[in-house]
Design a protein around this ligand. Structure first.
Ligand SMILES: Nc1ncnc2c1ncn2[C@@H]1O[C@H](COP(=O)(O)OP(=O)(O)OP(=O)(O)O)[C@@H](O)[C@H]1O
Ligand SMILES: [Mg+2]
Length: 494
């Protein structure tokens, strides 16, 4: 009975204290409402909440927008993170977009609150805004005297989670914000110019969804990429450079460049398109490779052309005879390289040098593909992370076997002619259709003739009307079939 009385005594006392605290709080609020200017009220109330939380089991952390002149990265991260967690039913929100094509940022309005649950723990977030006299932060500034807005986030949580918020929740928010920003980043395409890279924004629409290729191969490539980016620890454990090489081969117009763009869009990696013809010295190559950023894809297109250079370099100085077969080779190369003026120029010079000045050729043309790969192996094993190298060729059988040996290129990806499945992907891309009465005929012909996805895409683009476009494609395929059988007939006759 005595104990019970004691308990009620202390309970009454606690309630009285709480009531008096609450009454005091209300009194303070009333005073603040009457005395403090409107702009400062939120700020005062938030500080007041901080005080109140000290008296209770609730704790708060205040994250100011700026620390002196520097912006507070935790505030920025929280803003980015919270924009993805905001409950759309909230009464008042702020929406902004800083650049065309970027995602909209939805943020809290000052005074609004939201609850975020992390590992089962509730964290209450509130954005508060206050007007600060500029003179107080820019003492000698010409703006002194004018007011500026300063914002802060106040996070409230139960005191027992203090460690959790500092060591787990806030670091998690920083990570998440980084990933969100990375996802929203405009990719860059860098092209080599002299000793450096020249960047432009990359807005290539190709994605794995729009890419027409064998579905199993597509899934395997995506899986390989996803595994690669997760393997930081694995690569450091086995002591290898965190890099992966892909060799894409297949006829022109089968989607090699589209696949590279799809990889970049998928991983959010920048592309460095290395034009070897523009690189004349190993030192330049080294500078370019060192100048690449992490999480990027180095692309060397049409390497069969470069390999040709390499093979000639390897012939050494005793090959002095400008033979007819060499001339034929140059003619053939020129045909192949008709789209590559830089390389043609390079090759003509090289051909001239190897025919007429064999003893100096090795010094003048120092860039070889094998040199490039050696550089990459050496440089990237000591610097650089998450690097991908993609080589493309129309003629895999022309490549130096050293390039194809295991370990050099991790995955060889064949981009082939258009099959029925690839055709359906393209039909869906260009006309948003999954079925049509001409599909059966088209697919039948696609199995018989060699047609590239680029050719099919071009036919499909000719009309906005699906019927007309598919009829055009059917006609085109029939024409191809006829041409092929005539060519075969002539060949047999010959
Ligand atoms: N597999 C594909 N999936 C989707 N579109 C494709 C595919 N292949 C080609 N295309 C279309 O054809 C165009 C040319 O393709 P792309 O440049 O990717 O071919 P490529 O294999 O790189 O050719 P090249 O060997 O001449 O460089 C692309 O812009 C795209 O519109
Ligand atoms: Mg290409």
């Amino acid at each position: 009975m005595v104990a019970e009385n004691k308990f009620f005594e202390s309970y009454k006392k606690a309630v009285t204290t709480a009531a008096s605290v609450a009454a005091s709080m209300m009194l303070v609020r009333t005073v603040v409402n009457e005395v403090i200017p409107y702009e400062l009220r939120d700020y005062v109330f938030s500080r007041f909440d901080v005080l109140r939380s000290r008296l209770s089991s609730q704790h708060t952390i205040v994250i100011d927008q700026a620390e002196g002149y520097a912006s507070n990265l935790v505030f920025d991260a929280a803003r980015t993170y919270l924009s993805t967690r905001i409950n759309r039913s909230m009464r008042s929100l702020r929406v902004s977009m800083v650049e065309e094509g970027k995602s909209m940022v939805v943020s809290l309005e000052p005074g609004e609150e939201m609850i975020d649950v992390y590992q089962g723990i509730e964290f209450k977030w509130q954005l508060i805004s206050q007007q600060v006299e500029r003179s107080s932060i820019h003492t000698n500034s010409r703006f002194s005297g004018s007011a500026t807005e300063s914002r802060s986030f106040v996070v409230s949580f139960h005191q027992k989670h203090k460690d959790k918020i500092l060591h787990s929740y806030l670091p998690f928010i920083l990570e998440q914000a980084k990933a969100i920003r990375e996802q929203d980043r405009t990719l860059q395409l860098h092209m080599n110019e002299g000793d450096g890279w020249c960047p432009v924004n990359l807005h290539h629409p190709s994605t794995f969804d729009t890419l027409a290729m064998d579905p199993k191969l597509k899934a395997a490539v995506m899986e390989d990429l996803a595994r690669f980016v997760k393997r930081r620890d694995y690569y450091s454990r086995i002591g290898k450079a965190w890099k992966r090489g892909y060799l894409l081969y297949g006829p022109p117009g089968t989607g090699k460049s589209s696949l590279i763009a799809a990889m970049a869009n998928y991983l959010k990696f920048d592309i460095y398109d290395l034009e070897l013809a523009e690189v004349n010295w190993n030192t330049t190559l080294r500078r370019l490779l060192v100048g690449m950023s992490n999480r990027s894809i180095l692309v060397v297109e049409d390497i069969d052309c470069s390999v040709d250079l390499q093979k000639r370099d390897e012939r050494g100085s005793d090959d002095t005879s400008p033979s007819t077969s060499n001339d034929d080779k140059v003619r053939c190369d020129l045909q192949l390289l008709s789209c590559r003026p830089g390389l043609i120029k390079h090759m003509i010079i090289h051909q001239f040098i190897s025919n007429h000045l064999p003893e100096i050729s090795a010094h003048v043309l120092q860039i070889t593909l094998s040199g490039l790969l050696n550089f990459i192996d050496g440089l990237w094993s000591t610097s650089g992370e998450e690097r991908i190298i993609v080589l493309t060729t129309n003629f895999k059988d022309r490549l130096d076997p050293a390039l194809l040996r295991p370990g050099r290129m991790d995955m060889h990806i064949h981009m082939g002619y258009c099959g029925p499945h690839a055709f359906r992907v393209l039909a869906s891309n260009y006309h948003a259709i999954d079925e049509h009465n001409l599909f059966a005929d088209i697919e039948g012909l696609i199995r018989e003739v060699e047609v590239t996805p680029a050719e099919v895409a071009e036919q499909l683009m000719r009309s906005d009307d699906a019927d007309t476009a598919l009829e055009g494609l059917l006609e085109y395929l029939r024409g191809k079939k006829k041409d092929a059988s005539e060519a075969k007939k002539m060949e047999t006759e010959a």
